[in-house]
Write a protein that binds this ligand. Sequence first.
Ligand code: NAD
Length: 286
Amino acid sequence: MAAVIIDGEALAEKIKGEVRGRISRMQRPVRLAALLVGATAAGEIYASRQQQACARVGIEYACTSLPGDISREEMLRSIQQLNNDPQITGVMLHLPLPKHLDTTEMQYAIDPRKDVEGVNPANIGHVVYGHTLIAPCTAQAVIELIKSTGAPIRGAEAVVVGASQIAGKPIALLLTQLMATVTLCHIATRDLKEHTRRADILVVAVGKAGLISAEMIKPAAMVIDVGINRVTGTDGVKKTVGDVEFEAAREIAGFITPVPGGVGPMTVAMLMQNTLRSAELGEKNL
Ligand code: NAD
């Protein structure tokens, strides 16, 4: 039987609806400040999409463009100003930053309570200790998609392929907290198929189209595809695909997320939810 397709768009709409309702009841405006360093056309398009997404849930969004040759000190000062501004409830940095800036140092400079992307090492640390303040958006998106199916997580064999800071590692940590038995695979994993074939829950976050074929999936497993790849189809048309061979995989999996329409829209919804959470944390400290 073909897999149930997990509809990330629909779940994202539901969550954004809840966020909108809670924001409308807040005492003060929810304001997200984004910094875009070294403006590029792609960065500006992304920022304008983000502004629209924020507007739909009632978040005021302001993106400041900074020059590409900004010094480390000036950059840190810009972040500090936003941290200290009581009108700003959330702060985020558009990536990538220019090479001369240390991304981790800049993320570390964001006030952890305003860190809507959950990228400050302090917030990752809270995830490790099991008292999450704000978790990275993509990792949360994956967990919400898994939970939405109602399938058991406790005791499940979960295999995460890809071990980046932003995706694989925090996904593995959150699944561990939910009492799954977690295997984290990466580029140096010797026999990937041996691991993926055991997974009741398989999460793939690598960025390689076609990495996971149908025979690497356990029958009836849940497959969450985080990958985003632009490829040219056999018809010569460019399209976006994940890391999993979707058409073949859906014949064997029990649940599967599509790309696009799975993790992507949920990551945006999680950013909105985190922005609300930051504002709520700020209100508690008023
Ligand atoms: P990354 O490049 O930082 O990390 C990739 C990881 O994959 C590394 O841990 C590496 O060891 C591992 N890897 C590489 N080749 C492998 C192989 N052959 N077998 C097993 N592991 C392998 O990437 P990232 O930032 O985590 O992003 C991964 C993918 O997820 C990309 O396609 C990215 O666009 C996508 N992504 C999607 C969202 C979303 O919202 N849907 C968010 C973040 C990232």
